[in-house]
Design a protein around this ligand. Structure first.
Ligand SMILES: Cc1cc2nc3c(=O)[nH]c(=O)nc-3n(C[C@H](O)[C@H](O)[C@H](O)COP(=O)(O)OP(=O)(O)OC[C@H]3O[C@@H](n4cnc5c(N)ncnc54)[C@H](O)[C@@H]3O)c2cc1C
Length: 474
């Protein structure tokens, strides 16, 4: 048995994805700020750190396993980067990445980013635009009942907007189904905008007015407009930089199987397949389905809630081409594809258009996402079929004429957490167990935000809880 932290607070973090690494780092940072001493061990089931946040470099291409960047509208990730001293390695998305496309009605259409562009765009028929304009006068819902994203979209902005714009946008972020996802769990800001201002347009106008008065920036319904960032070496740099800080404290190949409260006092015994560890605090930063197995014998009710947080399978396909082989100029961020188009891919990012340098000089890198809540069967496709499917879609959507010159794929059988109706109650169940067992913490993309930003923000919350610092947010 490994005894941790005699004379100092001991912490075991389960999972060395970005959530676990960021939590470990912030727990140590807060300890330093308070002059406390802490002994942290990170237990990781896999044979490497990073989880889904990982970058491969092959044949001059930068290929991301999972996240290709993070937005700068959430201070937590930037604060982490600053504390790690890797700010100079940050790369901003190219300005042209502000161009975004939707493949709709069998054609590529530029997404209008400003109201005047929207009025003249052909992305929606006039009747749908008029229906959207009515959002201003549609009364707010006051009964507090949980709604799906689709129900909210249809109620406030109309059926056409919900299927043409909202559905691909939600696929792009959550690989999710708008008819299943809980609005309050995935877009809490929208719920607040309706509650506080009476509607989305009213809230935007009020915020713009406020921003003008205070001389700050305001943005769309999701908050201030934001710029995507990565690192010169790709997103894998973030977990790598944190892992460097914990050399000797990360145990790879250490799958945690169970957890029991320590006899006669606070703290826990943590069991892996081969070892036992002891700690005052345990941070479960593995996905909820893994956390369910770990707490099963401790609290069956929480384990059941954790199992109900489904992670949709997602596959990433990267294809390299010569620009002459592609009809579309790929002058932007990429293209999203509504499910109504009957195309299997959810969308394609134009990696080197977003971050120049992610493909060799005379090549283009297409990064296509398939699967998600609409299409969990993707996980059963052979690798060749997966590439053929992506290539067929590239032909249709972007006019790709030749077979890829470079290809690779990353498969995520438990890809992205689906915050479906009832999600907030499931998270509350984890909070109940945290309350019953002080020293136990749940974090990661399964709970309060699926993005890197969501994980980073939650790392500050967890560190605050470990050190009982109420002001511990950024
Ligand atoms: C294809 C794809 C594209 C994405 N794109 C973006 C994007 O562009 N921007 C963005 O912000 N986010 C994006 N995301 C989401 C982002 O990847 C996640 O927010 C983030 O990686 C989740 O980190 P995590 O640490 O919670 O989980 P993970 O990265 O899954 O890490 C969890 C770790 O726990 C380990 N583990 C599991 N069970 C155990 C156990 N029993 N014992 C010990 N260890 C265990 C796992 O091996 C893993 O290393 C994307 C995700 C995917 C899949």
């Amino acid at each position: 048995m490994k005894h941790r932290g005699k004379g100092s607070r001991s912490v075991v973090v389960v999972g060395a994805g970005i959530a676990g690494l960021a939590s470990a780092f912030m727990i140590r940072e807060y300890a330093g700020d308070a002059g406390e001493s802490v002994d942290i061990t990170i237990l990781e089931a896999d044979d490497r750190h990073g989880g889904a946040t990982r970058t491969d470099h092959a044949d001059g291409y930068t290929c991301e396993w999972g996240p290709n960047g993070f937005l700068d509208n959430e201070p937590a990730t930037l604060e982490l980067v600053k504390r790690l001293g890797i700010e100079s390695e940050l790369m901003k998305a190219d300005e042209s990445a502000a161009n975004r496309y939707i493949y709709h009605g069998g054609a590529m259409r530029k997404v209008p980013m400003k109201p005047p562009q929207f009025l003249v765009s052909d992305i929606l028929p006039l009747s749908a635009k008029l229906r959207m304009a009515m959002e201003f006068v549609i009364p707010a819902k006051h009964n507090g009942a949980e709604e799906t994203v689709d129900q909210f979209g249809r109620r406030r902005l109309g059926r056409s907007f919900a299927s043409t714009m909202l559905d691909p946008m939600v696929s792009g972020i959550f690989a999710g189904n708008t008819k299943e996802l809980s609005l309050g769990a995935v877009f809490p800001k929208m719920v607040a905008m309706e509650r506080e201002y009476g509607g989305l347009f009213r809230a935007m106008f009020a915020k713009q007015k406020e921003a003008k008065r205070s001389g700050t920036k305001s943005g769309g319904p999701a908050g201030p407009s934001a710029v995507l960032h990565t690192f010169r070496d790709g997103m894998g740099r973030l977990p790598d930089a944190i892992a460097d800080e914990f050399q000797g404290s990360i145990r790879l190949g250490a799958r945690v199987t169970g957890l029991v409260p320590r006899e006669g006092g606070a703290g826990f015994m943590i069991h892996t397949e081969k070892d036992r560890f002891e700690a005052d605090e345990v941070v479960l930063a593995c996905p909820s389905h893994a956390a369910a197995e770990i707490v099963q014998d401790l609290d069956g009710r929480t384990a059941e809630a954790l199992r109900a947080i489904w992670h949709a399978p997602v596959d990433v396909v990267c294809h390299g081409h010569h620009p002459d082989e592609i009809a579309h100029p790929l002058n932007g961020f990429g293209v999203l594809i509504p499910r109504s188009e009957g195309i299997r891919s959810l969308g394609t990012l134009w990696s080197d258009s977003i971050f120049p340098g992610q493909a060799p000089g005379d090549r283009k890198l297409l990064r296509t996402i398939l699967g998600g809540a609409h299409d969990p069967g993707i996980a059963n496709l052979s690798v060749d079929r997966l590439h053929d499917t992506a290539h067929r879609d590239h032909r249709t959507v972007m006019g790709v004429r030749e077979e890829p010159r470079f290809r690779t794929e990353f498969r995520h059988p438990h890809g992205i957490a689906q915050y479906t109706l009832g999600h907030l109650a499931r998270v509350a169940e984890t909070e109940r167990l945290e309350y019953d067992l002080p020293g136990l913490h749940f974090t990661g993309a399964s709970y309060r935000g699926v993005s890197v930003n969501g994980c980073a923000k939650d790392a500050f919350r967890v560190a605050g809880n470990v050190w009982k610092r109420e002001e511990a947010t950024v």
